[in-house]
Ligand binder design. Sequence first.
Ligand SMILES: [Zn+2]
Length: 241
Amino acid sequence: MPHPVIALALSMTSTLAAAPSAEPSVRYESPDSPRAERAERLLKDDDVLKTGIRLPEPVKIVARDCDAAKARWDHDKREITICYSLVDKVRETIKGISQTEEIDEKATRARMKGALTVLLHHQLGHALTTLNGMPDDEGQADRFAALTLAADSPKRVVAAAEARHLLAGHAGIDHLSGPEGGDPEKSGMEESAAFACLLYGADPARYGKILKGGWVPAERAPTCADEYNRVKSAIGDKFGS
Ligand SMILES: [Zn+2]
């Protein structure tokens, strides 16, 4: 059976509603420490885990306490876990960077929201990969993540590209740190540049700040719209009805 869902999920917001399955459900387990409570509040206040992306099957998104600061997709359970400790780590790291750069509260908050949105969409990317019968793969998850993020949260695209760029050089932030959680062939900076290029390529006129910020290298920028369209149509060809 073909899987038209990806093509639908990845085109425009208007077609998201046409996909057969539901948006993922979101559940918060009760946090067991003040840090975890703070993480829960950060997620809830900005509704970071809410997405209009429809997946081929019902999927649960669960925020919870975990042993390690991770986010993960469990194909058998059809469940994405976002650990409070990872959210707290993102918060702390962004806060530290922003204080050094003397960035104000509002911009800091936007960066945090951007980073957490990337975390979520990367896991949605894993879900889309395996639910469509493809072998799980970091690069593929990331490409899906860029496409779903651009379709689902256009207002967070610039902050997402910036946050990922900022976090790429920091260790221990799950996939956002780059090689340890991602593709061993690539550095975190390469991964973040590839991700920023796809986001920028989704709408270069709208997302010019990604280029100005230097989050996608200037020499690569002219090819980003093509890269985005190639990824999008490759997905469409493979799964289109
Ligand atoms: Zn991953």
